[in-house]
Design a protein around this ligand. Structure first.
Ligand SMILES: [Zn+2]
Length: 164
């Protein structure tokens, strides 16, 4: 297939196996580029356009909105986990940090029944539901359940910290 021989570069989108045939700027300096397949360059351009007129502070503010669910299409952990990417290169630190969960964080996620891509909203909802169920007021002084409640709270606090 001659068309594919021409393009040795794979698409830069995480886990995409297609050829990277289309160039897209990594940042506003336009000095470095990603190479994407058609589908991903289109997606990239959409996010680029979306952020293009904004200062880094404004972009961050928008991402925070996602965290509290004001724009449900963009979830902050999608960005963190490279599902989406970072057109202006400002989220690099954040997603690097959150891509890998520590053993402690993984245990906390299991306790709260959260998947890898949980958002702040998911976390709060999970904690609220479980904390209600295991709150000492409800469990009539059962020591084991009281312990469970403490562990849930610790898990919640740990994960909340990992998101900030
Ligand atoms: Zn692709």
């Amino acid at each position: 297939m001659p068309k594919e021989e021409k393009h040795h570069r794979p698409c830069d989108f995480p886990d995409c196996k297609k050829a990277g045939e289309y160039r897209a700027p990594k940042d506003r300096s336009l000095k470095s580029f990603y190479w994407f397949c058609l589908e991903h360059v289109q997606e990239y351009n959409k996010s680029w356009d979306y952020y293009a007129g904004m200062s880094p502070e404004e972009i961050e503010a928008h991402i925070r909105f996602d965290e509290v669910g004001r724009r449900p299409t963009w979830r902050v952990n999608d960005l963190y986990n490279h599902r989406l990417w970072d057109p202006l290169g400002i989220l690099g630190k954040a997603h690097h940090r959150a891509t890998r969960h520590t053993k402690e964080q993984q245990a906390a996620m299991r306790l709260l029944g959260l998947s890898d891509n949980f958002t702040t909203g998911d976390l709060k909802k999970a904690y609220k539901t479980l904390a209600k169920k295991y709150h000492p007021d409800k469990t009539g002084g059962d020591k084991a359940l009281e312990e469970k409640f403490k562990n849930l709270t610790k898990a919640y606090q740990l994960l909340l910290k990992s998101l900030h």
